[in-house]
Design a protein around this ligand. Structure first.
Ligand code: UT7
Length: 323
């Protein structure tokens, strides 16, 4: 017998304000056609003035808790994956804890940019399997609209705001690939690639800064590294690509998603795609896609789901789980 970390609930929250591609047309030299053709993005949500990452995270996790039928007070741990926390400190996670009225347990943030949710899920799994927590919430939440340079057409059209959450619980498993829950994780980073995607500001440089990206270079790394990390995790789980029911990739660019699926020999019918509606929501993109995939009736209990993501760092990774 082994301890497995099993998903009991999933939920998401998207800010009300929807920004169509055409919104950018009088701000920078771009077009709806270019954005759709090069990225697959048709619209994204932007947070309202004063709406923060922790508020969106709270709404997402409340929806996940509702699905599980749990009270927030029943959680032992709460992790928020974000690069856009409300304040420098305390963590967005402790703010969510307060908004939920959760007095016990422990909460902390994980910062691995677009790979943040995969990192947070792997850490939650480590907490559960090592006996440090039984019930854990893992949230990805971002307000990237606040760090976009609205004069840079190469980045401002790509990102959006939102939050998604899973609540997970310790359960007994046999140790084999037939178990429900997280079956394998694979995390990687390589700081030599820092200049490919970064924000040119921060606390110790006394500014907030804007997102800067060498898109073409990221694209090249993404397809190669995402297929490799997914393969490693699938292999660690004792499965092969043919066993995968759903690929739930980080939603950055439809061309990256389809090239990675092709490399993994998965048809697009097995891929959950939400990039057209959300844009790239960084650490929120995978839990948002999981939540939409469950809501749409795509992801069913017992199915094998593979998630993968890459972002600034570079940091990348994959989690394989049976829903
Ligand atoms: O979350 C993880 C991090 N992010 C990513 O995964 C993003 C990875 N990269 C990408 O998705 C793509 O590289 C982009 C969507 C950012 C760019 O697509 P691309 O096909 O690689 O285009 P490009 O950068 O090679 O640019 C082609 C042309 C350039 O014009 P010239 O030099 O050929 O005249 C760009 O200036 O498209 C131009 N361009 C635009 N044109 C209209 C760049 N952005 C825009 C735009 N509208 N918004």
């Amino acid at each position: 017998m082994v301890v497995r970390t099993v998903v009991r609930g999933v939920g998401h929250y998207l800010p009300e304000r929807v920004i169509p591609n055409s919104w950018f047309e009088d701000k920078v030299e771009t077009s709806d056609e270019w954005i759709k053709a090069r990225t697959g993005i048709e619209r994204r949500h932007f947070a309202a003035e004063g709406e923060t990452t922790s508020q969106m995270a709270t709404k997402a996790v409340q929806n996940a808790l509702k699905m599980a039928g749990w009270e927030a007070s029943e959680l032992d741990a709460l992790i928020v994956a974000t690069s856009t926390a409300d304040l420098t400190f305390p963590s967005a996670a402790t703010m969510v804890q307060a908004q939920l009225g959760m007095a016990g347990g422990f909460a902390f943030d994980i910062q691995a940019v677009c790979a943040g949710f995969v990192y947070a899920l792997a850490n939650a799994n480590a907490l559960v399997t090592s006996g440090q927590a039984k019930r854990v919430a893992v949230i990805g939440a971002e307000t990237f609209s606040r760090i976009l340079d609205m004069n840079d057409r190469g980045t401002c059209v790509l990102f959006g705001d939102g939050a998604g959450a899973l609540v997970l619980e310790a359960a007994e498993g046999s140790g084999g690939p037939e178990d429900q829950g997280i079956l394998a994780t694979d995390l990687n980073s390589d700081g030599r690639f820092k200049d490919l995607l970064y924000v040119d500001g921060g606390v110790s440089t006394q500014s907030t800064g804007h997102l800067r990206m060498q898109g073409k270079e990221i694209f090249r790394h993404a397809v190669e590294k995402l297929a490799a990390t997914a393969h490693t995790a699938i292999d660690k789980a004792g499965l092969n690509e043919g066993d995968i029911d759903w690929l739930v990739p980080h939603q950055a660019n439809l061309r990256i998603i389809s090239a990675t699926a092709k490399k993994m020999q998965l048809p697009m019918e097995k891929v959950v795609v939400t990039v057209q509606d959300h844009g790239n929501t960084s650490a929120a993109s995978i839990p948002l896609a999981l939540s939409v995939g469950v809501q749409n009736g795509q992801i069913q209990p017992g199915q094998v789901v593979v998630t993968e993501a890459i972002g600034g760092g570079l940091a990348w990774g994959s989690v394989v789980l049976r829903w």
